[in-house]
Design a protein around this ligand. Sequence first.
Ligand code: OAD
Length: 234
Amino acid sequence: MKNEFKQVVVLTGAGVSAESGLSTFRDGGGLWENHRVEEVATPEAYDRDPELVQRFYNTRRKALKTVEPNVAHKTLAKAEKCFESFLLVTQNVDDLHERAGSKKLLHMHGELLKMRCVQCHKIAPIHEDLQLDRICEHCERTGTLRPHIVWFGEMPFYMDDIMRALMQCDLFVSIGTSGSVYPAAGFVEIANQSGAKTVEINLQRSDQNSHFQQSIQGLASQTVHDFFESITQF
Ligand code: OAD
């Protein structure tokens, strides 16, 4: 049956950008310059060694210039037009979903191409390296700008909107995420409680695999298109 689903929520993780050339967090041992990723992505790490943390995000921001959206990003951009209601929630901080054309998109873990002032809370775009002594153009303080990224121990963005969508959805699809970081890892259980069909698309079974009603293993570039083609009129 075509378009049997009306309210769709899709969650993506690093696996959807892997074939574009961005490394995932946990596949390669989760190390960056010999630091565990969790160690450079906390408020405590930033207090301890802000230069190291800025370098981590500056390096990742620079890498965006070398990559392009892949067929999975493009399929999801196309899919949003095929359902009455559609929300793409990404844990990724890259901009590949929007470059592929996605509009109904929430970055729950923040965005590499934005910075935020910890004093006046103004969010502004950034495409170059963020230096520690940069002046906030809004409040004119120095050294108050940090990456607009959710660090471990901080509350992800848009949780009210995401919860509302999960409680109303009839299809929840999780793509390219290991299911090891909450609250995103718990979305499948909320969708199950809402009576939605829940589908996992991942290279291998994730930590949350047993909670999904359907599981598809394979590369996102191949499986995501096939899945959406099977449920909608592309
Ligand atoms: P992970 O690195 O934990 O998991 C990526 C998943 O993608 C793994 O289960 C891989 O098997 C799968 N994968 C890899 N290549 C794939 C491909 N080509 N096609 C399909 N699947 C593939 O990344 P996330 O789950 O996104 O948080 O990590 C969640 C959060 O942990 C991140 O958002 C980040 C991190 O610490 C913050 O920065 C707050």
